[in-house]
Design a protein around this ligand. Structure first.
Ligand SMILES: [Zn+2]
Length: 333
């Protein structure tokens, strides 16, 4: 199988661009500069066999040259040229699985910028699927697909977790939009290679607040709450199709003040307020705006309350208790 791939001695880190030496046969490396997890993407070896007898000598010679340039440019890391030559070669043989596979690899490398999102990454999925349709038994395609999927995942991961914060600890709105796209990249990775880990991580990100990216919900992303919920449900369903016993992690960190006051997220009165928020407040026209506002100020207040026993008592009597009382009245209406 190894000999169906072109051997390469180095590959650039798709995050920081550093050149990584490939000394062994491994597919899995870590960039020593930015710590990004890297899967090696080796170009697929080309041969002109499929066109033997279909082209005259001169055209055959041209085609052979085309494939050589294709292979060499990919080997040298020139994926723009590689991509162009894939297209030229596909004009001669549109049914070559290997060319479509190499086109997918080039397309991945042309997509490794922070402003390239799941929509562009979908192109890669199309090329891989086309490659599969022309050779369902390809030996190289499963390896390439798996490695591209992991590379897309680790790119989205490093981008998400290195999104710069503003001085107040929040994110820029434009960055928040991008962060959503990074998480959606994991869904694309899953389409390429059914690794449930990708989607489980996405569910954690969307379970927010105490999750891996603590701040990105309480700083305003809640306006996207319905979208978050919809995506999360889709991901959970996809995971459960493969792992029926999968239980998504519990929501955490909502109701900051109540949680801080009661000292526990699972306290019955906190749970009561949480249900109130999900089933009553968020149903109202003003609900989302209010919850967004609350997320901003509530999280700030919670940090102070957490540290003070006196504040905890005061908040319990003046905020939590009346709120719980209020939710009970509303429920009975
Ligand atoms: Zn790097």
């Amino acid at each position: 199988m190894e000999n169906q791939f072109v051997q390469i001695t180095s590959q650039n880190c798709h995050n920081c661009g550093a050149s990584i030496q490939i000394s062994s046969n491994t597919d899995n490396l870590k960039c020593e500069y930015c710590e990004t997890q890297i899967r090696i993407l080796r170009p697929v070896k080309m041969n002109e066999e499929s066109m033997v007898g279909k082209l005259n000598d001169e055209d055959m010679k041209k085609y052979r040259n085309m494939l050589t340039i294709l292979e060499n440019s990919m080997k040298a890391g020139n994926f723009k040229e590689g991509y162009d030559y894939c297209n030229k070669a596909l004009e001669v043989d549109p049914t070559s699985s290997e060319i479509w596979e190499n086109k997918a690899i080039c397309s991945f490398w042309l997509s490794t910028k922070r402003d390239v999102f799941s929509s562009q990454a979908k192109e890669i999925v199309t090329y891989l699927n086309t490659a599969k349709s022309y050779d369902a038994n390809s030996k190289t395609l499963p390896i390439t697909s798996k490695n591209i999927a992991w590379d897309l995942y680790s790119l989205g991961y490093i981008w998400l977790h290195t999104t710069p914060k503003m001085q107040n600890g929040g994110f820029l709105w434009t960055d928040i939009d991008k962060m959503f796209e990074y998480v959606k990249l994991w869904d694309t990775a899953f389409d390429i290679y059914n690794e449930t880990h990708f989607l489980k991580e996405a569910v954690i990100e969307f379970t927010v607040a105490d999750g891996a990216v603590v701040n990105w919900l309480d700083k305003g992303v809640l306006q996207k709450y319905p979208l978050t919920q919809k995506l999360k449900d889709t991901y959970i369903k996809k995971i459960q199709k493969i792992e029926p016993s999968y239980v998504p992690p519990k929501k955490k960190g909502f109701c900051f003040i109540a949680t801080a006051t009661m000292g526990s997220y699972d306290h019955p009165e906190v749970m009561e307020l949480r249900n109130f928020r999900d089933n009553w407040i968020l149903e109202k026209n003003w609900g989302e705006g209010f919850v967004t506002w609350y997320y901003h100020y509530g999280s700030i207040a919670a940090k102070f309350i957490e540290k003070s026993l006196v504040l905890k008592r005061i908040c319990y009597l003046l905020i939590v208790k009346p709120l719980v009382y209020l939710t009970r009245i509303v429920k009975f209406k």
